[in-house]
Design a protein around this ligand. Structure first.
Ligand SMILES: Cc1ncc(COP(=O)(O)O)c(C=O)c1O
Length: 399
């Protein structure tokens, strides 16, 4: 049986339509398949590879840590330098009272941990999330999802979840003294990139203060420079009570965290103790990679150049089938005038050699979230391919 058939037979599938790109190697902005075909990566593996693929600083950090130790004990028992140094560095960069880092493995686990922490700390159970948000695929993270057509397949869900609409100020009235936490992304990703409008996040912060509700900001996609600031909450001028990070954090290695002030975080370790535990959370190799990632985005001034690159993309993405380009830094959604164009644009673009993707909750837009290292020349190359793919989609329906 060839590899393709073995993949379909023995590797669990998430859909009937896997992309099936047979990866040979990946370097910088490019992924190469087994035939030697080169793809410009405009997705970053869904906002992960912000430093591109196999960044030398990450590879060195991983190799060095592999030479010292891998797993020694479940999270929280042994004193492991990569965790301690990372936490100290991150907290200094945040510089806003979020001084305690609980390391986990994935974004979903960061969400789970934060929800448990919020319920335990506030002794309330109601959690409010936004319609059309995606926070992960575990039971509690999935319970935050608003599309009941999807969630009904996995009922019963966890109780106590209510929804509000992102950017709707009137909905803030639904946050009350019964609400343990509001969880949302500072820029909503999977609805097709919706940045906050009219100081929405500041008004939300104010309402949470009034009701003593914890504000959980999910920066799993927006973190580490993607929006042109180290974190989007800095861009939009709010401080969360709990910050969620993952995806690009590890420079390509799996890691996540929820970060809170110590006085909140301590609720998870007492009465009962071991309120959240994890075997592999903050794996030393992932922490070493994460530190290299954080140091590199700062050292190479990658964040400062994001807004300029966003502008260049937007100036070049002009086509009769583009309705709108929404963005916050290098987190972009290109909305097309008609839904029928979308699958042609995506498949043609991949065929020509640029990887773009769909969103979970927007069937008219495609996703652009390239590595932050993308050069101006590569942006021009990317837009040329995208315009060619749009020409193709347009021509398909021309009489
Ligand atoms: C905003 C956001 N939160 C949480 C998650 C879940 O992260 P993971 O897939 O690592 O569990 C994702 C994943 O796409 C995400 O985009």
């Amino acid at each position: 049986m060839n590899k393709r058939n073995l993949f379909l037979k023995h590797v669990a599938q998430t859909s009937a339509l896997p992309l099936m790109l047979d990866v040979d190697k990946a370097e910088g902005m490019f992924i190469y398949d087994q035939s030697g075909k080169k793809y410009l990566d405009l997705n970053s593996g869904i906002s992960v590879s912000s430093l591109g693929h196999r960044h030398p600083a990450v590879i060195d950090a991983v190799k060095n840590q592999c030479d010292r130790f891998l797993h020694t004990m479940v999270y929280g028992e042994h004193l492991q330098s990569p965790q301690v140094i990372y936490a100290k560095t991150l907290v200094a960069d945040l510089n806003n009272g979020l001084d305690n880092v609980y390391f986990v493995m994935t974004g979903s686990e960061a969400v789970e941990g934060a929800l448990k922490l919020a319920r335990k700390h506030t002794e309330r159970y109601e959690i409010i999330s936004c319609a059309d948000a995606y926070h992960g695929s575990t039971m509690a993270a999935e319970a935050l999802r608003s599309d009941t057509q999807f969630t009904q397949a996995f009922l019963p869900s966890i109780p106590g979840i209510r929804h509000i609409t992102f950017n709707n100020e009137l909905d803030l009235e639904k946050i009350t003294c019964r609400t343990a936490a509001v969880i949302l992304e500072p820029v909503q990703a999977e609805s097709g990139v919706h940045p906050p409008k009219n100081n929405y996040l500041k008004k939300l912060r104010q309402k949470c203060n009034e009701t003593k509700t914890l504000l959980i900001l999910d920066e799993i996609q927006t973190g580490f420079g993607r929006t042109g600031h180290l974190f989007a909450h800095k861009k939009y001028g709010v401080v969360p009570d709990i910050l969620l990070i993952s995806k690009s954090m590890g420079g390509g290695m799996p890691i996540g965290a929820f970060v809170a002030p110590s006085h909140i975080m301590k609720s998870i370790s007492t009465d009962p103790m071991l309120g959240h535990i994890t075997t592999f959370g903050g794996h030393p190799v992932s922490c070493a990679a994460a530190l290299a990632m954080l140091q590199t985005i700062k050292k190479d001034d990658l964040i400062e150049k994001v807004l300029e690159k966003e502008k260049l993309f937007k100036s070049l993405l002009v086509h009769p089938i583009i309705k709108e380009v929404r963005s916050s830094g290098l987190m972009m959604a290109v909305e097309l005038t008609k839904r029928k164009y979308l699958k042609h644009v995506v498949s043609k673009s991949i065929e020509i050699g640029a990887l773009i993707d769909y969103f979970l909750f927007n069937n008219r837009s495609f996703r652009l979230a390239p590595p932050l290292i993308i050069s101006n020349e590569q942006i021009k190359m990317a837009c040329k391919i995208l315009l060619q793919a749009m020409d193709y989609a347009f021509s398909k329906y021309k009489k």
